[in-house]
Design a protein around this ligand. Sequence first.
Ligand code: ADP
Length: 445
Amino acid sequence: MEEVLEQASLARRAHWLVQLRWLAIGFLVGAVFVARRILDIQLHEQALYILAGIILAYNTMLHVALRRTDRRRTEQAGNALHRILILQSTADLFILTGILYFSGGIENPFSFFFMFHMIISSTLLSRMQSYIQATIAVVLFGLLLLLDYTGLVQHYPLRGFAPEGLHTDGRFVLGYWFVFATTVYVVVYLATSIVAQLRKQQARYRNANEQLQQKDHIKNEYVLRVTHDIKSHLAAIKSCLDVVESGLLGPLNEEQTDFVERANHRAEKCMHFISSLLRLTRMRMTGHFDRTCFPFKNLLYDSFAAIEDRAAAKRIAAAYEIDPAIDQVCGSEVLLEDTLTNLLSNAVKYTPDGGKVILRANDRKNEVLVEISDTGIGIPPEEIGDIFNEFYRASNARETVRDGTGLGLSMAREVIEKHGGRIWVESGPEGTTFFLTIPKDSAIS
Ligand code: ADP
């Protein structure tokens, strides 16, 4: 796994470098054009365009080679990727030296572009390879200055930009090269040190993350076992209470009936809580659920029907606007219905008597957009980011409605995201709207 991850991030960086190079080609062509045609600086235009063509050619080859390694996740592919990175970095150094050669050599301040290469290699390659790249840059640039100085090659001056004859001033050339070389090595030293620190930190985070995942798994197993046990005891208690309440064991006086009813009501709530917790934990542990294709419109009507009585009891005007174009959706019917019912129940629960609740659903190209709006108590802005967290209940909800587990929304988010959809909320003093998108053909992840 580690190997593959490492390879994936290397591949991403190699692609990034290829993208950068497309930009560099554009920059080179543009800079040559502006320098020659607009600023009237004398440089070897033709040779520079040929170099841009060479970069274009090898960047295309690198792009193709990277695509090939992308398809393979083997150790050889990882090594090939490394080789490609070193190759492209070295090729860039040669090309940059060539560009400088045809555009003034020491007279051209673009020699500082070597530093970009040093920083990039330090982030992509090992420390050793970065120093090798630095040495290649120092040697290539030194060779360019030396050949220019000795006149063994033709000098292409940057006429109109820099004073002539700089390349033959021995002291200046040596001093320039010395400063260049020290800057290159210092840049590599600094960049590789920072990168090494970051890599260490990254490894620590990865470790910590793995440990957290392990602990989370243990916690889930524990919760699953405990809730399962509690649920069966609760079910037994509830059926005993049902028998007593029904009068099968003899008539109860008013006070006894009241107490048994209250106990039964509490047991029911506890059962509901335990069931939610059990379902959430199971979903997290197994990570998958049954998937079928079903008419989504019916599911919307059923969810709405489930809360109608509760809304009527609070004199809440509940309504729906369901797009007739909505057809089949593939996913877990049970969990999606549970989720919608839960959001609608919340809307009724957190809306004072006489308010409004509305369910809207619209067919969009590949998904259905569902909106559940109410004119209820709203969610305090500073708490809106927390309400999808497990067991979280906003302060105003705790004050107004005592019953609540804080599990419904965290389950809703888990279900919707597992279907590849999104859930979000907008809320203000005038009420709350929950939005969810459900892909029509969701491959449950
Ligand atoms: P609960 O059992 O508390 O309703 P949920 O997970 O369903 O748990 O919701 C978490 C919290 O989000 C609620 O306690 C409440 O603070 C807030 N909330 C959810 N729906 C609404 C709504 N329609 N209006 C206002 N607040 C809401």
